[in-house]
Write a protein that binds this ligand. Structure first.
Ligand code: GDP
Length: 304
């Protein structure tokens, strides 16, 4: 229900555009496919993924000879769910961490302004609700505001935070955090990092150093590298995904601000293009406005 609410803009827009795309047509023909292509691209699915979807529908048209536009909804649903499955996206329905991984170390990356800190705060809140002990690490030491913002969320969620002064070595903060997390018997350790894309070599070095140093304490850390992307920024989000996946091994995605956009298709395109599962979506500024991404709910909310 909350998902429907959060994605209302995407839903209305996608659904109404789709209806227009097939209006007055009984069967799926080249016209309908052209319109569909436009709808998908304008919903930020991305050109490559759109063409993939169109190709698959063309194959079905060729195979079945006749495809009614009334069947198109169902077929699109299947194709989109299929694409998301291929990237391992979205069977979870709840905030969980793997069993027998303690502490579970989550490193969060992304550029400023995408909702990284907010997502960390929301995650801390959700994990805490599950009875898990959470520790945060403020390894985005480049901006004082980043440390302060994380502190605000630590206070709000009543979760301990490890921080040093601005300008200190991010890897040192990460090391301290993991060490402190172990001392405090933490279940989940979430490390915030700086995402300064303007210097790719620096970013790469910084992230690998953070990893290396954490591994001195927890050899298989980080267990997840979560890239946060602003879903309302379309092509920028794709570009950031490209840069970050070059700089480090990104293992999951959080797409934020889907409440403020009519372009929820970015979720489909990004997970497909980068073959990385979307784990979480942000649907508002509030502490509870983060959801575990579930492809069935997502696809349903688009086509209801
Ligand atoms: P950071 O610089 O990446 O850490 O970004 P912040 O976490 O500080 O978020 C930047 C702004 O985006 C803040 O005003 C947040 O309240 C807002 N924000 C974050 N996530 C969402 C979301 O899912 N929906 C909406 N509407 N706003 C969000």
């Amino acid at each position: 229900e909350t998902l429907d609410k959060g994605l209302e803009k995407s839903k209305t827009s996608f659904f109404s555009k789709l209806s227009k795309a097939v209006a007055g047509k009984a069967k799926v023909d080249d016209d309908v496919l052209d319109n569909l292509e436009e709808v998908l691209v304008s919903s930020d699915v991305g050109v490559d993924t759109t063409l993939k979807i169109i190709d698959r529908i063309e194959e079905r048209v060729a195979r079945d000879k006749y495809l009614g536009t009334d069947e198109l909804n169902q077929i699109l649903r299947e194709e989109i769910a299929g694409l998301l499955s291929e990237t391992n996206t979205g069977d979870e329905t709840d905030f969980t961490i793997p069993k027998n991984t303690k502490p579970y170390v989550l490193m969060v990356v992304g550029v400023n302004g995408v909702g990284k800190t907010t997502t960390i705060g929301k995650l801390a809140s959700q994990f805490k609700k599950k009875g898990l002990k959470v520790v945060l690490g403020a390894a985005d030491t480049f901006r004082a505001a980043a440390i302060d913002q994380l502190q605000v969320w630590a206070d709000r969620t009543d979760v301990p935070i490890v921080r040093q002064e601005m300008g200190s070595d991010p890897a040192s903060v990460a090391f301290d955090t993991v060490q402190s997390g172990i001392n405090q018997n933490a279940d989940v350790i979430i490390i915030d990092t700086a995402g300064r894309l303007h210097n790719k070599v620096n970013l790469m070095n910084e992230l690998s150093k953070i990893k290396r140093v954490m591994q001195k304490v927890v050899p298989d850390a980080p267990h997840d590298v979560l890239l946060v992307l602003d879903g309302s920024t379309g092509q920028n989000a794709f570009e950031q995904a490209k840069q970050f996946t070059k700089a480090t091994e990104v293992t999951s995605l959080a797409v934020t601000k889907l409440d403020g956009t009519a372009k929820g298709g970015v979720v489909i395109g990004i997970s497909d293009q980068f073959q990385i599962p979307v784990k979480y979506i942000g649907v508002g500024e509030g502490i509870d406005d983060l959801q575990v991404f579930n492809k069935h709910e997502f696809v349903d909310s688009f086509f209801k």
